[in-house]
Write a protein that binds this ligand. Structure first.
Ligand code: NAD
Ligand code: DAU
Length: 350
């Protein structure tokens, strides 16, 4: 029997992690703590919300008093921490929000865990979910490994890098059992349509232009979100205290090639003539400080813990498109209201 606090469980990746743990471990009690920002959505968890080993708490990790009380009341065995502000473009317009949630919020959780668990660190675990963006950007060759120096460029990646350093500091200074994973770009169901793939699916479906930053030559290494959730499961249960694992799909795509593949899949699914969706591609002003290339070496995770990605990209992308087309109501709900304001500021007024 374990009681696990998962933060950010109503978001994209968090909802897949919550679902996996609730279904796979009926003896674990999963508590999902989420502020329900624009990115958090309880509809992402409809299928498991009534399970007896699941509960939801609405709250803000920036509120230290609330976090301390939650820890002292609940006697958690472990934390899997995903709550974060996660969108690079929003971090460029509002860096302070990223500092507050990603750094202060993480330190609040670390403090509460340290205070509650100090008499027996080895019976508890703090798992921090991080990103490959902390390593900065690559040239044409090479891969990020676990020993690549940190070199963040955006306010988002700077805040994630800082939170990683705090997690390591709490392990090294106080003895907290902490593990970190740094993952590449995820894609799949329940992905908020501010990120490249779901935004493009939404726009293609609605015959709106597909905004490509700069020349579309930037490269990302895409991983199916359910493979990330499986990796988190494996690392959570098997990693040694104080270790870090990189997670990635060995699946590099330039943005423009990816969008052409997506357009081809969408033409087929929407019964449009081949080439029709690609007419929507529009080059727009580049993202400030836009990292050129990310690519992950996940061989440590593969060799030590036996994890491998399960899906080829084209199959995963097709499954993702099918999900969005079958879940029109979800997509319409998350793109009403504030989304329109955001879209206007980010794309129309640039
Ligand atoms: P997301 O934006 O979809 O979800 C974030 C969740 O955190 C939301 O449910 C939101 O309501 C919640 N949240 C935000 N601020 C909060 C606060 N102050 N208190 C409590 N809850 C709060 O993000 P995601 O894409 O699912 O990313 C989850 C984690 O994984 C993040 O830590 C991110 O840095 C990391 N990550 C993401 C990717 C990716 O490709 N999306 C890749 C690697 C790592
Ligand atoms: O690498 C992991 C990271 O991946 C995570 O830590 C972040 O939380 C996650 O948001 C993601 O960051 P990116 O900035 O790589 O993802 P995004 O989907 O915003 O952009 C992917 C690429 O597509 C990037 O090169 C910018 C480009 N892009 C993005 C948008 C939203 C466009 O060309 N047009 C767009 O409209």
């Amino acid at each position: 029997m374990k009681k696990i606090l998962i933060t950010g469980g109503a978001g994209f990746i968090g909802s897949h992690v919550v679902r996996l743990f609730v279904n796979k471990y009926p003896n674990y009690e999963i508590v999902n703590l989420d502020k329900l920002t624009y990115a958090g959505n309880l509809a992402n968890l409809k299928d498991i919300e009534n399970k007896s080993n699941y509960s939801f708490v609405k709250g803000d990790i920036v509120d230290a008093a609330f976090i301390n009380e939650l820890f002292s009341k609940n006697k958690f065995d472990a934390v899997i921490h995903l709550a974060a502000e996660s969108h690079v473009d929003r971090s460029i317009t509002n860096p302070l929000e990223f500092l507050m949630t990603n750094v202060i919020g993480t330190v609040n959780l670390l403090n509460a865990a340290k205070n509650e668990w100090k008499d027996n660190f080895s019976a508890h675990r703090f798992y921090h979910v991080s990103t490959d963006e902390v390593y900065g950007t690559l040239g044409e060759t090479g891969l990020f490994t676990e020993t690549t120096s940190y070199d963040p460029h955006s306010p988002y990646s700077a805040s994630k890098a800082s939170s990683d350093h705090f997690v390591r500091a709490y392990h090294d200074t106080y003895g907290l059992d902490a593990v970190i994973s740094n993952c590449s770009n995820n894609y799949g169901s329940y992905h908020f349509p501010e990120k490249l793939i779901p935004l493009s699916i939404y726009n293609i479906k609605n015959n709106k232009s597909i905004p490509i930053y700069g020349k579309g030559e930037n490269i990302r290494d895409w991983l199916f979100v359910e493979d990330h959730a499986r990796a988190i499961d494996v690392i959570f249960h098997n990693a040694k205290a104080g270790t870090t694992y990189n997670i990635g799909g060995h699946n590099e795509w330039t943005n423009i090639d990816l969008i052409h593949l997506l357009c081809k899949i969408m033409d087929k699914k929407l019964n449009r003539p081949e080439g029709k969706s690609a007419e929507l591609i529009t080059y727009v002003k580049d993202r400030a400080g836009h990292d050129m290339r990310y690519a992950i070496d996940s061989s440590k995770l593969q060799k030590e813990l036996g994890w491998t990605p399960s899906l080829q990209f084209e199959e995963g992308l097709e499954r993702t498109v099918d999900w969005y087309l079958a879940n029109e109501e979800w997509l319409n709900n998350v793109t009403s209201g504030d989304y329109k304001k955001y879209y206007e500021q980010q794309y129309v007024k640039r």
